[in-house]
Design a protein around this ligand. Sequence first.
Ligand SMILES: [Zn+2]
Ligand SMILES: [Zn+2]
Length: 732
Amino acid sequence: MIKITLPDNSIREMPDGATAADVAAAIGPGLAKAAVGAIADYGHGPVTLDLAAPLTGDCRLKLLTDRNEEALTILRHSTAHVMAEAICKLWPQTKLVYGPPVEDGFYYDIDLDHRLKPEDFEKIEREMATIIAEDRPFTRYEMSREDGLAKVRREGNPYKVENAERAKGDRLSFYVTGPEPGRYWEDLCMGTHIPRTGRIAAYKVLSVSGAFLHGDASKQQLQRVYGTAFFDKKKLAEHLTRLEEARKRDHRKLGHELGLFVLDPVVGSGLVLWKPKGAIIRLLLEEHLRAKLRERGYQPVFTPHVGRLDLYRTSGHFPYYRDAQFPPLYESDAARLLNELWVAIAEATPAEGWPKDADKLLGELKLADENIWSRLTGADSGVPASQVLRRDPQARDANLQIIREHLQAGDGYLLKPMNCPQHIRIYASDPHSYRDLPVRLAEFGTVYRYEQSGEVSGLTRVRGFTQDDAHIFCTPDQLQDELASCLELTRYVLEMLGLRDYRVRIGLHDPNDPKFIKNPEAWAEAEAAIRAAAARSGMSATEEIGEAAFYGPKIDFVVKDCIGREWQLGTVQVDYNLPVRFDLSYIGADNRPHRPVMVHRAPFGSMERFVGILIEHFEGAFPLWLAPVQVVVAAISEKSATYAGEVFETLRKAGLRAELDDTAEKIGPKKHRARQMKVPYIAVIGEQEAAARMVNVNDREGRQIGNLALDDFVSKLQEENQPGGRDASAQT
Ligand SMILES: [Zn+2]
Ligand SMILES: [Zn+2]
């Protein structure tokens, strides 16, 4: 007998070899019918199981029905199999590669000479419908690794052969979409699957895009076919509506249509050009935040876009994150070689000691700068032995120091990946007493990250972006107040933009994970401060162990936009690491030096990503205070053009962003164009309005606001022209 512990902690004894389906049947016929899979834990963590899989011993068991999120993943993987079978039936030359479930659906990578088009999706869905109507069972069978490999090789699909070769373990498993192997379609697969195809109630083939084998651009180009599936039709319909909403709001599409920004391959991938209309939005956000920062005692600073490699060696950003950075710029060939030598020695394993590359690099250095080479190698007999590199593994740190000293005369530079080290050097340039803390240094600082070209997208994944960054240097006693103030500021900023639906997530360290710096007292102090600050703010916060930065705990705001998507914004992080690395101090009340605590914080995060999110949130229809153009003044005919010009000038002098449309076109198309550009108000000027010195006002929804005296219109706009101002056009 085996002992099965159910989620309510009740225990069921089952005969050896019982399956999850047997357990469901023992509990009741309703569950037996509803179950689609199970999660078992034999004491080494949860694993998902087919209902038909025999349980191999005592375990905790959770039966999954269509109500469980985990069941959706199983359903989608099974639907991927059904879709693959349908594609193979339609195009028998298809070579399948790999078809996993993903968030919101699944995909299958295929190698097929016929380029799939949206017109093909319906055909595929019709084939899928047949397989689903046949309500075939998913049947697993296993073979020894050797026999399984021989079978896959016989079938001749090189991708599956590779998958089988990469699979771990001494057995290979296959899933037949049918009762037994041989007569039905099948796939090399680890599982898990739903019991029968008939459980796929709602599904859709969504899109096809290019993909490279293993995501490697040097490898075979494949087609990636995306789809999704649900246990009921209503859920699928809701999902499709959400996708359609997201498509309409896509900031890449709207950014282009509204003339906000451009991504120009001539300039560079992932490098955003802000056009005048987009720049206004960014500038208004920056100006508004700057004013709030001044009120809160932040001091603005400016720092350059590049910094010496040695600065980032001290901070640790180089070489550890160099894969995410643009390659360094070197002052000379010798500087490049010295840096490469430094990295080779720094990254050599203790067993390796003196890295293989080192001699080659020294050889090149001899050609580039014989003087430095002879000093480093001792060929110059006037150099003291302590300044000569040694091959002894014990000499690693001394060697690194010797090379760093040579780099003082000529180094490399990085496009800055972070603003923190520069701000730290500003702090360190003056002596500090506890009386002048906290020091809060703020900068809209542009940083550069070398995202892989496949990852670059719109404003959200870019290679250069501007953080609304600031660093606070404070005493441990001040930490809680500073954190509370950062939370309050972030909250203010989000709410002024109407982003009121958010939750707060506290990332704590995991004491058992070696990636977190060892400093139990500092962690305890910082985590207590962060919890207390969150509690003081009155916001409900969830805690996640292991989600801290490696150097300290953090708080994120997770914001829901108006179509329910979540975005992580407004990060506040405590840092005990950089103050040590840069040996920062302040003089305490006891007249002795102490280590300050550092806080990194950015309410918007990056201006690029934040504006991208705002474009999608507002669907391009920005509130009046952020709208690049607030009013279009449109003359009905030439007869009213002079007065229209006067209205335009009046609005402009009142500090409003107006545009004059005095083209010869009819008023209809003029209004239509202004609405398409999502301009909040359109002031129509005809002869009557001109005679009465009035304006006829429409909003971007096409509603008539009515005839207003020009002065009244100006004061109405001025009243509305502020964050949180009464925005009539947003009231739908
Ligand atoms: Zn599979
Ligand atoms: Zn920072």
